[in-house]
Design a protein around this ligand. Structure first.
Ligand SMILES: [Zn+2]
Length: 284
C-alpha cells in the first residue's frame, strides 16, 4: 500500500545562528536558496520564520511577503507554512503575517515550558490566531508539545474554530517539555486516530540529536516527518549538517528503508486537503 511521506523542512527557526552552523539561512535570499535545494531533495512543505539582518527573530510581515514571493517563484507548488511561534514576538504580532495567506501556519494551542522560559499561549491569543487562519483560509498545523494540545485541537475543531480535520505535529525533545518517549509517541498516534479518524495524517519533529529518531519513528509508523536546521544543526556528533537539503536527504533515505514513497507537492496538498497553488490564487 502506498502511503507517501510528506517531508517538511524547517529551514531557519528563531534560535540557531551562523555561529551554530554557517548553513543556517538568515536573509530572505538565503532562505529561498536553501528551500529550493531542500525542495529539489524531496521536501514538500517549508516551515519558515524570518530574521532581522543581525540574526535576531523578526515577525515583520514585509519580510514574510518577500519570502513568500520568492518561494512561489522558485519552488512552485511547495506548501508554504509560516510560524506563529512565540519567539519572534508577543501577542497578535505573532499572527500579523496571516493576511498574506500562506498555505499553512503553525498553531500552538496551549502553554508549556521551553528550555529557559515559559512558552505562553494564552487562550485568547490561541482563539484569535485560529480565527485569523479561518478568515484567511490558512490551514493550521497544530504543534503538540503535550498530550493536552491534541485534545484541545479536537475541541477547537468541534467548535468550528479549525476548518478541516486538524493536522497535528508531535514535538518531542524540547528541554523541559515532552521528552522523546516511545510509549507517549504511540499514544499520541492512537489519540489522533481515535479523535480524527484512522486515516488522519499526522507528523512528528524531534529536537537536536533526537531529530533522526523521530524521523525514523514517524516514517516507519506511517506518519509524516519534519526535519531542518531549525530543530537540529548537526548530521551526527562530529559533523554539522552542510545544508537543509542534507537533512531532507536523510529522511528520503529513511523513506527508502521503510518502503514509503516521498510525497510530491501535489500528493502532499492532496493529503492535507490544500488547494493547488494556482486554484488558490484564483479564489483569492
Ligand atoms: Zn518554527
Amino acid at each position: 500500500m502506498s502511503n507517501p511521506c510528506i517531508i517538511c523542512v524547517a529551514i531557519t527557526g528563531s534560535l540557531p545562528t551562523k555561529t551554530n552552523n554557517p548553513a543556517v539561512p538568515i536573509t530572505v535570499s538565503e532562505q529561498i536558496e536553501s528551500t529550493h535545494e531542500a525542495f529539489e531533495a524531496g521536501a514538500s512543505i517549508v516551515h519558515a520564520h524570518v530574521r532581522n539582518d543581525d540574526q535576531t527573530p523578526s515577525s515583520d510581515p514585509e519580510k514574510f511577503a518577500a519570502l513568500k514571493e520568492g518561494l512561489e517563484k522558485h519552488c512552485p507548488g511547495m506548501i508554504i507554512q509560516f510560524s506563529t511561534g512565540g519567539r519572534s514576538g508577543a501577542g497578535q504580532v505573532r499572527g500579523a503575517m496571516l493576511g498574506l495567506r500562506p498555505d499553512m501556519a503553525s498553531l500552538s494551542v496551549g502553554s508549556n515550558n521551553f528550555p529557559t522560559r515559559v512558552y505562553e499561549n494564552p487562550p485568547d491569543l490561541v482563539d484569535w490566531l485560529a480565527a485569523e487562519m479561518l478568515a484567511h483560509d490558512v490551514k493550521p498545523e497544530i504543534e503538540a508539545f503535550d498530550l493536552s494540545h491534541i485534545l484541545k485541537a479536537h475541541q477547537m475543531w468541534q467548535a468550528g474554530q479549525i476548518a478541516q480535520v486538524p493536522y497535528v505535529q508531535f514535538v518531542m525533545g524540547v528541554k523541559n517539555a515532552m521528552p522523546v518517549d516511545r510509549d507517549v509517541f504511540d499514544y499520541y498516534i492512537r489519540t489522533v486516530q481515535r479523535l480524527f479518524g484512522a486515516d488522519a495524517p499526522w507528523c512528528a519533529a524531534g529536537i537536536g540529536a533526537q531529530q533522526a529518531t523521530l524521523n525514523d519513528w514517524a516514517v516507519a509508523a506511517g506518519g509524516h516527518a519534519r526535519t531542518g536546521l531549525e530543530d537540529n544543526v548537526r548530521l551526527d556528533r562530529d559533523r554539522l549538517a552542510p545544508s537543509n537539503a542534507a537533512l531532507v536527504q536523510r529522511v528520503v533515505e529513511l523513506c527508502g528503508k521503510h518502503e514509503r514513497p516521498v510525497a510530491t507537492w501535489r500528493q502532499a496538498r492532496n493529503i492535507l486537503g490544500l488547494w493547488a497553488g494556482p486554484e488558490k490564487e484564483q479564489a483569492a
